[in-house]
Write a protein that binds this ligand. Structure first.
Ligand code: ADP
Length: 474
């Protein structure tokens, strides 16, 4: 479960898809929120700036109308009285800086509070149109000249209190940020889940393929019926590949088996002929005898390789018939020790007292143990001994073959059970090795529901451990 929740790697399709879609969603929602914010600002704030600007433009025309009936100062005051409402303050300063006229609102309590009126009166007479924050009040301000025949007769100040609108705008902006942020987070979570779910069939496919081995090729068919069409098509293509592989693997094994079988018969004849010539012919010169002995030894070795190959081919095709008799492993181990160590002084056996019953083929099991013991003796110097242990571990019988030889490098430890794999080819040839011994050990044990593992340190020695299930009942 926890493994499933691991964050995907930055290089994965899952991460790239999720990041791409989340980014697109975040940009769309962010863009929409930005546009809404801009519209809100337009409606709630900029609209008032435009209103005071329009008021400022009309002010001069209104003053000209009234000037026909009264003095300029009276006309200005008249227009101010008509235009200034509760939220709007208007005043005009003469070019000398003196106050010419002002609206009553400026002397109202709310405008007087916290020195707002003083602050506004001190504004410089420079044309501007802006929204200003003064303390906690928001004010739309328009300042402009009043001209008569190209000459300025004063500066007009129009201020509208838009604090309420500004607060509404801020509150709505804040809500927009919170809502769009939460929407992005929620969407990101949902998108991540959806992408993970959608890619699950591909993960299942690779998990199924990881489990495929040469032995399971034949039986393996990818069952992804509920997967999306593309993944199903991929699974079908892989199924075809598996089938082809399985067929060529079968053909290859059959070929190895047939060739080994076909070659073994004539070679056995040749070997028999060489042996009888060596035995019977007394007139052979020394070089002739040496040559025939070498030929006989090589024939022997080749027949051994062919026999091993035949065992491996039969085992992998499931044609190796092993008996599953009930055996006391103690007897087999002791037997194998005697066969491997003819002199009886190199292998020390530490064997449990009580019998250990397993179900196996006696001769195959003996071959497994002799192979391991031969290797232990061959790959260590003649002066050091080898220890063979037999003990019980829960429901398993364990045989360990431990040597203090040259050991096996870590990189080679997984490979040595493959056919023809040899760590040191020259050394292996010198010991008469073919590179098939451990592959046969593994194949035979697998047929008897057993396993073999290795632990080794170069220069210190190796321990090969065989596990076989204890046989329950009789
Ligand atoms: P071989 O017939 O060459 O011994 P095996 O399949 O028995 O082939 O072993 C494969 C290779 O594993 C050997 O060539 C050898 O390099 C290495 N090996 C096997 N057993 C031992 C051991 N006990 N100590 C060191 N190397 C070993």
């Amino acid at each position: 479960m926890l493994k499933n929740l691991r964050p995907p790697s930055l290089n994965s399709i899952q991460f790239r898809l999720t990041a791409g879609v989340v980014l697109a969603a975040a940009l769309s929602i962010g863009g929409m929120a930005g546009w809404l914010n801009w519209r809100l600002r337009q409606i709630l704030l900029s609209g008032h700036e435009e209103a005071v600007a329009t008021l400022s433009q009309r002010f001069n025309d209104d003053v000209i109308l009234y000037e026909e009936m009264m003095t300029t100062t009276e006309a200005v005051q008249k227009v101010i009285d008509r235009r200034a409402m509760g939220d709007t303050a208007i005043w005009v300063k003469a070019p000398s800086g003196e106050l010419m006229a002002q609206s009553e609102t400026l002397s109202m309590g709310s405008w007087q509070a916290a020195g707002l009126t003083e602050y506004l009166r001190s504004l410089p007479a420079q044309s501007s149109l802006e929204t200003l924050m003064v303390g906690d009040r928001a004010l739309a301000i328009c300042i402009g000249p009043i001209n008569r025949q190209g000459e300025s007769i004063g500066t007009l100040f129009i201020v509208e209190d838009i604090t309420q609108n500004h607060r509404t705008y801020l509150a709505m902006s804040r809500s927009l940020v919170i809502i769009s942020g939460s929407m992005i987070l929620l969407l990101a979570g949902l998108i991540a889940l959806y992408v993970r779910q959608s890619l699950q069939p591909i993960k299942s496919l690779s998990q199924e393929m990881t489990g495929v081995t040469a032995d399971s090729l034949n039986a393996k068919r990818l069952a992804l019926d509920k997967a999306p069409t593309e993944v199903r098509e991929l699974a079908q293509a892989l199924d075809h590949t598996l089938e082809h592989l399985s067929q060529s693997w079968k053909q290859q094994r059959r070929l190895v088996g047939d060739v080994s079988h076909e070659l073994r018969t004539p070679l056995t004849l040749v070997q028999g002929y060489l042996q009888s010539t060596l035995r019977r012919c007394q007139t052979l010169t020394e070089p002739q005898r040496d040559g025939l002995e070498t030929a006989a030894a090589e024939t022997d070795r080749t027949i051994q390789i062919l026999n091993d190959l035949l065992v491996l081919a039969r085992a992998s095709m499931g044609h190796l018939h092993l008996s599953g008799e009930r055996l006391d492993l103690k007897g087999i181990v002791l037997n194998a020790v005697t066969m491997a160590d003819a002199t009886g002084n190199r292998i020390e056996a530490e064997i449990t007292d009580s019998p250990l019953w397993v179900r196996a083929d006696a001769s195959a099991l003996r071959q497994v143990l002799v192979n391991l013991m031969d290797n232990a003796l061959n790959y260590s110097t003649p002066d050091v001994g080898v220890t063979v242990r037999l003990f019980r571990q829960e429901q398993t019988a364990v045989v360990q073959v431990c040597d203090r030889g040259r050991g096996i490098p870590l990189a080679d430890q997984a490979e040595i059970f493959e056919p023809f794999y040899r760590v040191d080819v020259d050394r292996s040839r010198a010991t008469g090795g073919t590179g098939l011994g451990l592959a046969i050990v593994k194949a035979l044990l697998a047929r008897m529901r057993g396993t073999v593992t290795v632990q080794s340190n170069p220069g210190t020695g190796s321990t090969f451990t065989v596990h076989l299930p204890i046989c329950q009942g009789v």
